[in-house]
Design a protein around this ligand. Structure first.
Ligand code: COA
Length: 155
């Protein structure tokens, strides 16, 4: 049973671990070792906790255990990561639906996001279209290719 709830500070470590496992396992075909290492470099605890609180962050639980999380800032989906042990069971879809509802309820009509190369097909399956192939600069200074995507609500 997948449940979605708002994240709180007590979820920060689960979020950090799922982010690392998800990137290391699911994105390894699409990014180099150096890129994955830079991307999974742990943020300091204050940065992580402030992003849990300040971004609108939600977690999915599978049988009571956190198995994915997603965040949005205004009309942008800024994170969506599922534990490798829980992929293709609808966790990503449930989290994305929650973020989309929040954005729609705020009266915004276009959702934007920077997709990993790994998640492009997932977003396509949910009505997002690629608008550009871009480069995202990580905190470490290493850059990674991403796909800028958008979806018009109600389309
Ligand atoms: C992308 C991601 C969030 C998808 O989560 P998920 O829980 O596995 O996705 P769901 O089970 O909800 O998938 C719903 C539908 O999306 C599509 N989909 C999901 N993953 C897909 C893939 N790898 N390739 C093609 N279609 C995919 C399918 O249509 C799927 O339905 P189906 O399983 O009945 O065929 C997850 O794979 C992930 O965390 N990836 C690594 C991290 C990442 O790149 N995150 C994106 C950051 S922008």
């Amino acid at each position: 049973m997948i449940r979605i709830r708002r994240a709180d500070l007590a979820d920060a470590q689960s979020i950090r671990q799922i982010h690392r496992r998800s990137v290391e396992t699911l994105c390894r075909e699409d990014y180099t070792k150096e890129q994955i290492q830079a991307w999974t470099m742990p943020p300091d605890s204050r940065l992580l906790e402030s992003s849990v609180v300040e971004d609108d962050t939600w977690v999915a639980t599978c049988r009571g255990v956190v198995c994915g999380f997603g965040s949005r800032v205004r009309s942008e989906v800024v994170a969506l990561y599922v534990d490798p042990a829980s992929v293709r069971r609808g966790v990503g879809r449930a989290l994305l639906a929650q973020l989309e509802n929040l954005i729609a309820n705020d009266g915004m009509h276009r959702i934007t996001l920077a997709s990993t190369l790994t998640a492009e097909k997932f977003y396509q399956a949910h009505g997002y279209v690629a608008v550009a192939h871009d480069i995202h600069l990580l905190r470490s200074g290493i850059s990674v290719p991403i796909v800028s995507m958008q979806k018009d609500l109600g389309s």
